[in-house]
Design a protein around this ligand. Structure first.
Ligand code: NAP
Length: 334
């Protein structure tokens, strides 16, 4: 099968499309004929070697973290899926393998695709929408009537986060450039701050929950606009000890490393009286099934910015890396 393989860390020259043997399903795996795969910033960050502290698979390694396609075989212990099912999944990070014509997925990581989506739109959902759901529902516990601030609402995660926060009943404010403003408003965002001209710290301390998709100075400013006693969840700044304990393998060494690198952010948070958590999202077939329901009910729209054929995946990654995607970028297998 054709697959996009990482041979060595660095720039695009370290990865290429190759013919490799198709993977064989383990007892609790489904084998999927991949029809489309979504791209995410984690793909180029992983390719650059930036995730080596937490993820060191043996190379060569098939890249790609989310997919949609048809089940073509099931392992002996699979209970929930059958050959012919149309599924979507965020694959386990240490297995990846979505940028390929076939991929193995643990059955607990997959769900049936929403009936009203094609493969391209379905492949755009798993990683970004699960991130938004797990941050807003599970970590921030967003309640009706709360004021939620989301930095970077126009990208892959942000377009889902705005809609999920609205579904949870919140009043939603986001940052976007003039290029993204119409999109975020169309998704129901109540207030839009143009981050290219406005300083968010002028909004005043009026937010009950903060979801940070940008990090850096944006996160620093967010500490000034939260009510005391509230919490910010970031997926774009620096991991802290809870990331190692709750989201990764729980290793003490990793928790210590994250304690050190997040010291300055955690000190800032403590001074402001705000909680800080860096979330590393996890695959979940159950959460995906809930997202599929929201999509079928018309409560969650999928925004696909661009699609590329698998043959042009390197261009697709370059586009994502440029950081201006509006919604999601997807490769199709044809
Ligand atoms: N920890 C986890 O589990 C996890 C999961 C998912 C994602 N992430 C991380 O979360 C971040 C966001 O992911 P994504 O998929 O949403 O990225 P993305 O789709 O690449 O985001 C691109 C969007 O961000 C906007 N943007 C760029 N700079 C901005 C700024 N300073 N303020 C506001 N908006 C800005 C761009 O708008 P303009 O071009 O109009 O400026 C563009 O529309 C990435 O760092 C990613 O690695 C982490």
């Amino acid at each position: 099968m054709r697959a996009y393989i990482l041979e060595h860390y660095g720039g695009p020259e370290g990865s290429r499309l190759m013919d490799v043997p198709a993977p064989a399903p383990r007892p609790r795996d489904i084998l999927v004929k991949v029809r489309a795969a979504g791209l995410n910033p984690v793909d180029f960050k992983f390719r650059q070697g930036k995730l080596r502290a937490i993820l060191r698979p043996r190379l060569p390694f098939v890249l790609g973290n989310e997919l949609a396609g048809e089940v073509i075989a099931v392992g002996g212990d699979v209970k929930r899926f059958h050959v012919g099912d149309r599924v979507f999944a965020r694959v386990a990070k240490d297995r990846a393998g979505a940028f390929a014509e076939q991929a193995c997925v643990g059955e607990d990581d997959a769900a049936l695709m929403p009936g009203n989506l094609d493969f391209t739109a379905a492949a755009a959902v798993p990683l970004a929408a699960l991130t938004a759901l797990q941050a807003l529902r599970d970590e921030l516990d967003v309640k009706p009537g709360q004021n939620v601030f989301i930095s970077g609402g126009a990208g892959g995660v942000g377009t889902f986060a705005i809609q999920i926060a609205k579904w949870l009943g919140a009043h939603v404010t986001t940052t976007a450039s003039p290029r993204g403003e119409a999109l975020v408003r169309s998704l129901g965002c109540d207030e839009v701050i143009d981050y290219t001209t406005q300083d968010i710290s002028e909004l005043g301390a009026r937010f009950d929950a903060g979801f940070d998709l940008i990090g850096g100075d944006t996160l620093k400013q967010m500490f000034k606009i939260m009510k005391p006693g509230t919490k910010i969840v970031s997926v774009a700044a620096l991991p802290e000890p809870q990331t190692a304990i709750k989201d990764l393998d729980g290793s003490r060494a990793l928790a210590v490393l994250f304690w050190i690198i997040s010291y300055s952010i955690r000190s800032r948070a403590r001074r402001a009286g705000i909680g800080y958590r860096y979330l590393f999202m996890h695959p979940s077939g159950n959460d995906l099934a809930q997202l599929a329901e929201l999509i079928e009910q018309g409560k969650l729209k999928v925004i696909v910015d661009k699609t590329y054929p698998l043959a042009n995946i390197s261009d697709a990654l370059t586009y994502v890396e440029a950081g201006h995607a509006k919604g999601k970028v997807v490769v199709t297998m044809g």
